[in-house]
Design a protein around this ligand. Structure first.
Ligand code: FAD
Length: 289
């Protein structure tokens, strides 16, 4: 059989086809996985487009991303560093956890509690729509894969609800994710309890997947939730029973985190994986006492 050399135009045709297939694959890949807008080494400025006061010391800040189809690119449960100036004009940097997900395109939201003498609180209090906030991230080491556990028990205090809320949304809005969620959410007062409406609405939409137990230090007269701080009994009643495929997450202000660690250590039924810089800490449940 005689060898027939491939004509030049045939080779060119093959090369053009292969290049086209490659470009189409790259386009589909990047369209499927849009690039985030954050840089873990560098502050990037985002414009404040809406500030909604939710209570005298809490506000929701919406920042625009560069284009209406941009995504922030923050893994669920991670946080960012925000830079501002305190009342003396000194630079201050603090971590915050967006409550939006990458399914929210074109913007991201921070829910911020502003303390009367807080340094970064001063910056947020003074921010007006149209101002820019320097943000750096993603930061954090919390890892979540759908189906990683059968159920999460979640202990949230104050602003600690923010990463929990993002995780709850990520799970319930993913039809392929069947994880069950048991949240105990503690605050000083009802007025300070952010995201309650959103959580109530998720609970009625997913009654078999999400259970929320609210705890208030200063409850109103008619109150059917818990009172005081989160206790061992509340955890035992409202969190899933210990099993290898159950994980407890805790997240809150330093005082609550310390108290939870003491309670859980005292119970001697938990393995605590602590990390000082991370807000969301997985606590592995072994068995009830
Ligand atoms: C990983 C991580 C994520 C966070 N995400 C959020 C978030 O999404 N939203 C949010 O609002 N905060 C969040 N925080 C807390 C936030 O980073 C700041 O600590 C908080 O905003 C106070 O900063 P500040 O500079 O205003 O107060 P500072 O100047 O540091 O403190 C001044 C005073 O404010 C009061 N104060 C400060 N922090 C607390 C507190 N936690 N509890 C009680 N009193 C306090 C105290 O009186 C304190 O003496 C997060 C913290 C971490 C570690």
């Amino acid at each position: 059989m005689e060898f027939m050399p491939t004509p030049y135009y045939q080779l060119l045709g093959i090369a053009v086809t292969l290049a086209g297939v490659g470009m189409a694959a790259a386009y589909l890949y990047y369209r499927k996985k849009p690039k985030g807008c954050l840089n873990p080494e560098k502050f990037i400025e985002f414009k404040l487009v809406k500030k909604t006061q939710l209570s005298p010391n809490t506000a929701r800040f919406r920042f625009a991303l560069p284009t209406p189809t941009s995504v922030l690119g923050l893994p669920v449960g991670h946080h960012v560093f925000c830079r501002g100036k305190d009342s003396e004009g000194q630079e201050v940097i603090r971590p915050y956890t967006p409550i939006t997900l990458d399914s929210d395109v074109g913007y991201f939201d921070l829910l911020v509690k502003m303390y009367p003498s807080g340094r970064m609180s001063h910056h947020f209090r003074e921010m007006r729509e149209g101002d820019y906030l320097p943000v750096m991230g993603p930061k954090g080491s919390f890892k979540y894969k759908p189906g990683q556990v059968r159920a999460f028990g979640m202990l949230a205090g104050g602003f600690g609800i923010n990463p929990m809320f993002a995780l709850i949304r990520a799970i319930l809005e993913n039809p392929k994710d069947k994880t069950n969620l048991h949240l105990i959410y503690a605050c000083v007062s009802l007025e300070e309890m952010s995201l309650k409406e959103e959580l109530d609405s998720f609970e009625s939409k997913f009654p078999n997947r999400l259970k929320v137990y609210y705890v208030l230090e200063q409850p109103p007269t008619a109150w059917n939730g818990g009172t005081g701080f989160i206790t061992k009994e509340m955890i035992q009643t409202h969190c899933p029973a210990p099993a290898p495929d159950i994980q407890i997450l805790r997240c809150g202000p330093p005082a609550m985190n310390k108290a939870m660690e003491a309670t859980l250590t005292h119970l001697d039924t938990y393995q605590i994986c602590s990390s000082s810089s991370d807000l969301m800490v997985p606590v592995k449940l072994q068995e009830w006492d």
